[in-house]
Design a protein around this ligand. Structure first.
Ligand code: 5GP
Length: 120
């Protein structure tokens, strides 16, 4: 599969500082910030700083340091947002996954019971 990253996507603009964000955590390889349209009391997006389009792209091509930095950010978000009761991590991917922003991101959603995973 070919991955053609578009650096005009909204999260690339956030990473370049062209659009503001409410940062929760940042390290050398990842940024975590509040979703602009939260679906639950906690709704944070964790994104890598590298140009990866999707979960499968990131899993295939990101370095070990980038992947470690990303998951350190996930852990920091879970600590900071008080998610001891549980949460859901979601990575919508391309058309069938209804991904709107073509820069890899994981939604960290919680703060209330979320119901079953899918209603299709
Ligand atoms: P997707 O459907 O791609 O998995 O989710 C994209 C998410 O990005 C949505 O939940 C949407 O609310 C969020 N989003 C879109 N534009 C912005 C923005 O400019 N700032 C922030 N913080 N979130 C955004």
């Amino acid at each position: 599969m070919e991955y053609a990253y578009d650096d005009q996507n909204i999260f690339a603009k956030i990473l370049r500082g062209e659009i503001p964000n409410k940062t929760v955590y940042e390290n050398d390889h990842a940024l975590a910030f509040h979703d602009i349209q939260p679906q639950a009391p906690v709704h944070v997006l964790v994104i890598p700083k590298g140009p990866y389009m999707s979960l499968d792209h990131f899993a295939r091509d990101a370095s070990a340091d980038e992947q470690a930095g990303f998951f350190q950010a996930v852990a920091a978000v879970c600590d900071q947002m008080g998610l001891e009761e549980g949460f859901r991590g979601i990575s919508n991917t391309r058309g069938h996954g209804v991904q709107e922003v073509p820069h890899y991101h994981m939604h960290i959603i919680g703060g209330k019971p979320l119901g079953r995973m899918l209603s299709v």
